[in-house]
Design a protein around this ligand. Sequence first.
Ligand SMILES: [Zn+2]
Length: 81
Amino acid sequence: MIERDSKTCPRCDRELAISAFNRSRAMPDGHAGWCAECMVVTNRQWRESNPEYVAAYNDRRRSTYVKRGSQTRTIAALATH
Ligand SMILES: [Zn+2]
């Protein structure tokens, strides 16, 4: 694994400190290809363009947690994310 101090994000084209990138075992340098900021933005855009998938995923998660009896905490966690 190559350790680097900084890396250029191909999406926003900025050279950023390596700490601005999420760690990723899948990548050869151990860090995600895009900076954390771009990952957040693209995740949000993906959720906005796939509302049915997200709703189904949340329903599945909710029913799993309800069975475990921690419904209140799950709803609070969903509200903050
Ligand atoms: Zn970026």
